[in-house]
Design a protein around this ligand. Structure first.
Ligand code: SF4
Length: 461
């Protein structure tokens, strides 16, 4: 489902390619679903870094003319969705910093849970922040450490708690760092004589790069003219990849930790069919992220899979519309029920998740208005009962309908004929690896949360 929840960004980087800037443009376009509010590119020609950024979609921000001016052989790029630090051009990444030691480009995906604490300490010691984004903290920490760049980077990362995938570009070096829990996806690949890094492997397919491997939790990868060098700033942490990446965020053609997103969603649908079967006429999915699970559900119960809802790909985003009346109109602009398919039918409606419940209610009404006799809702993920502090934009209990009411009350509220969710065990079986963050389903957070600043007790050198 679209606009149900949003994540804080996607990152892309390329080292040693004559078309670094153009390929970054196409890589960012492939990652556009991870953030639509702003985008930036920092390139290096080996001697000097140049920055270009703007608010809006990738194809709105970069025009042919300005792409020509940001030439380089290395680049990092970013697509932004704002959940922390506020919006505005100032906070669009990558950031570009200049110091006596040289220039540094920096971008990040995720959320640093002790950011406020560290920022307070740094400001107390005289640091002046240019932005309100927590990404900038790394630049200030780097400045305070001693030793080689890799030593300073590893030392700085030790202060940070939470979910992060950092890209740092120097004149002739690229550094890639993943948090010690592996909460955000980050893969590296090869193109020609160069290397690429991206939040999702779909960006590799788009530019013709070959996947090499995923970045490991706590790993820092350094790329220079001699090749790839692997370091670790933190050891012995198990992977806790965000399960929402499989359920909702990532593109179906991406592989996360060698598991294809479409295949895992389809398997969730098969498991859901075993757990909560329905005697129905047709199975339909909510576009886009409910479709794979709907195919699996229909296949498992040998029911016809139909296109009962069509999405208008070219409509705007509903959240910018101010009034409730206009928001309702916005949903209709995006989704249409196909009357001739659903009329007089017992329909199973598969969606990937329920966050606030408002969109589900509108879709069910739309199907009933189109003549559906029964609407059985099956959700291909468990109930989201706990907030996310790692960069997904439901960070309070109030935003989560399943934190406030039980399944039967929710069924009545959204006017479904029946309603069931995939179990947590069913999700684990379907995604087929156990290294998942399930905190929004079971409340077991893999990191410290530092809701109280004094809990963090950080001493910065
Ligand atoms: S709490 Fe939920 S949304 Fe947040 S990282 Fe964990 S699985 Fe993902």
């Amino acid at each position: 489902m679209f606009n149900k929840m949003n994540e804080e960004c996607g990152v892309f980087g390329i080292f040693n390619h004559e078309n670094a800037c153009e390929l970054t443009y196409y890589g960012l376009q492939a990652l556009q679903h991870r953030g639509q509010e702003g985008t930036g590119i920092v390139t290096s020609n080996g001697e000097r870094l140049i920055q270009y950024k703007g608010e809006g979609l990738v194809n709105q921000v970069y025009q042919k003319e300005n792409l020509k001016n940001i030439i380089g052989i290395h680049a990092i790029g970013h697509v932004r969705y704002t959940t922390n630090g506020g919006g505005g051009l100032l906070n669009v990444q990558p950031f570009l910093f200049r110091s006596q030691k040289g220039q540094l480009g920096l971008c990040h995906n995720g959320n640093i849970v002790n950011a406020k604490n560290i920022k307070d300490h740094l400001e107390g010691m005289g640091s002046i922040f240019q932005t309100t984004s927590d990404t900038e903290i790394l630049a200030h920490l780097l400045k305070r450490q001693a030793g080689s760049f890799i030593e300073r980077l590893k030392e700085s990362l030790l202060y940070l708690e939470g979910a992060f995938a950092f890209l740092v570009l120097l004149e002739n070096e690229l550094y890639i760092a993943l948090d010690k829990y592996g909460l955000r996806p980050l893969s590296i690949g090869r193109i020609g004589d160069g290397y690429v890094v991206a939040s999702e492997t779909c960006a590799f397919t788009t530019i013709g790069a070959t996947y090499i491997r995923d970045v490991k939790p706590g790993e820092v990868i350094h790329i220079d003219e001699k090749g790839i060098h692997s370091h670790h700033y933190a050891l012995n942490h198990n992977c806790h990849m965000c399960s929402m990446e499989y359920i909702y965020f990532s593109r179906p053609d991406s592989d996360l930790l060698n598991v294809n997103v479409h295949a895992s969603r389809k398997k969730c649908g098969i498991t859901l069919a075993k757990e909560s079967p329905v005697d129905a006429d047709i199975v339909i999915g909510v576009p886009d992220s409910g479709m794979s699970a709907a195919i699996g559900y229909a296949e498992a119960l040998q029911l016809p899979f139909e296109m009962g809802i069509i999405k208008n790909k070219y409509s705007g985003r509903t959240f910018i519309e101010p009034s409730q009346a206009l928001r309702e109109q916005g949903v209709k602009m995006k989704l249409s029920a196909v009357c001739s398919i659903v009329k007089d039918k017992k329909v199973v409606l598969i969606d990937d998740s329920i966050v606030r419940g408002t969109t589900s209610k509108k879709i069910i009404k739309m199907l009933r208005d189109a003549g559906a006799k029964e609407v059985h809702v099956r959700i291909a993920s468990p109930e989201i009962k706990y907030p996310c502090f790692y960069g997904v934009d439901f960070s309070t209990y109030d935003e989560l309908i399943c934190a406030r009411i039980d399944v039967e009350s929710l069924r009545k509220k959204i006017d479904a004929t029946s309603l069931s969710f995939l179990s947590i065990d069913g999700l684990l079986d379907s995604v087929s690896h156990q290294g998942l963050c399930l905190a929004c389903f079971n409340g077991k957070y893999p990191t410290h949360l530092y809701e109280n600043i004094e809990d963090a007790n950080v001493e910065i050198k």
